[in-house]
Write a protein that binds this ligand. Sequence first.
Ligand code: FES
Ligand SMILES: [Fe+2]
Length: 456
Amino acid sequence: MTSEYAFDCRNGWSVNPDAPPDSFEAKAPYVDNGSTTISPERYYSPEWQEKERTHLWRKVWNWAAREEDIPEAGDYVTFEIGREEFIVTRGKDDRIRAFFNVCPHRGNRLVSDADGSRPHGFTCPFHNWRFGLDGQLEKLTDPETFRQEALCRDMSLSEVRCETWEGFVFLNMDPNAEPLTVHLGPLVEHARPYRLVDMRIVRRVQAVWEANWKVGVDGFNEAYHVHAVHQQILPVFNDYHAQIDLYGHGMSRMVTKFAFASPRLDGKELNEGLKAMLREVGIDPDSFTGGMEDVRPMVQQAKRARAARLGLDYSGFIDNQLTDDWNYFIFPNIQAGIHPEGVSLLYFRPHATDPRKFIFDVIVMLHPQENPEFLPPAYMGLPEGWDISGREPAVIEQIDWRDGGLGEVFDQDSSLFAEIQKGIESHGFRGSILSEQEQRIGHFHAELERYLGLRN
Ligand code: FES
Ligand SMILES: [Fe+2]
């Protein structure tokens, strides 16, 4: 690469340098998180894990369900984060509430299945105490055998805060936490045109990985590894000139051009990858007279025309949103690649007891489609012929990470997790050194350290 790519970290790259400064496209001002190394023990020490349990997971908004998972009063799902488990249920008043999955009598789990329906409330299987959908105790077995003062206390289920955004149900164990939409910051506005509330989960693959959850988060917070790990996408992905935006609350964004070759590759010629992208939108590459840089606008136009044909409303999107990867990081553990057709969500949760393991969910959400002419975008990695009607709720597919099954790109990423974990734990490792292409990682860890009281 030549000096044409001279880099000033404080300015970074902008996908559209002419974007008005107050627009959603604009590059956010640089945030200086310093340049110290990321200490390794946070990826394996039980002390760190314990600190995260009490200072992070108990304080932060955790995504627990989708509203459509519990359409009727009494429908519920359970949600696990670390050693805690919750019941998320819809009340007779249509309100969604979240309770610790714990009976106040002697602590038994109230429900043991992942989802179900209890329109008459929750009966604890240990001594049959029954609780209403609002969490209040409705039936106590043999009340006459309790001393009066033993019953003079709160006997309801322990409730936690529960707020929704675009169909996502989040819960928070901290009664004093800021509202969910304050935590989400600019994402609330930025996501509006995508109508996430109308999307449905069409596939959810889950596996336990042999690494700390932050190894997963870090890995997907940068495009610096793409040229080494995913060489096959360089012909159609400008990994180098990614626009990185750091926001409040540890949130960040990366916008990366698709249908545009990496500057790491030589030549301005149309490569096979770009030709395939033209073909995908119905343009014959042999009759295409433009150069490499003309492909992206051409794909954008073709996508708009196809949307009009299929009756999809793309009027709220700028052209760059039709091709590029707009990837948002929701602190502390969700990556959302959002596109007009759908969203690719990556969810990283800590293992209940082992800091060297995490639970990884790869989730595809789409605007439901019945029209066979609509093919889900290839980057979503859906198997051919996959049901995208959204009529049936997606069942969680459990996989073993050694077998792959997340699609080519995600398999390439995740096969490295266990190797990274081993290396980080080496006595010879002195802590991660970050480039400015990896500044989202530094931003994430800075916020994490603030939660843990290690940074102001
Ligand atoms: S532990 Fe639930 S009723 Fe006794
Ligand atoms: Fe990757």
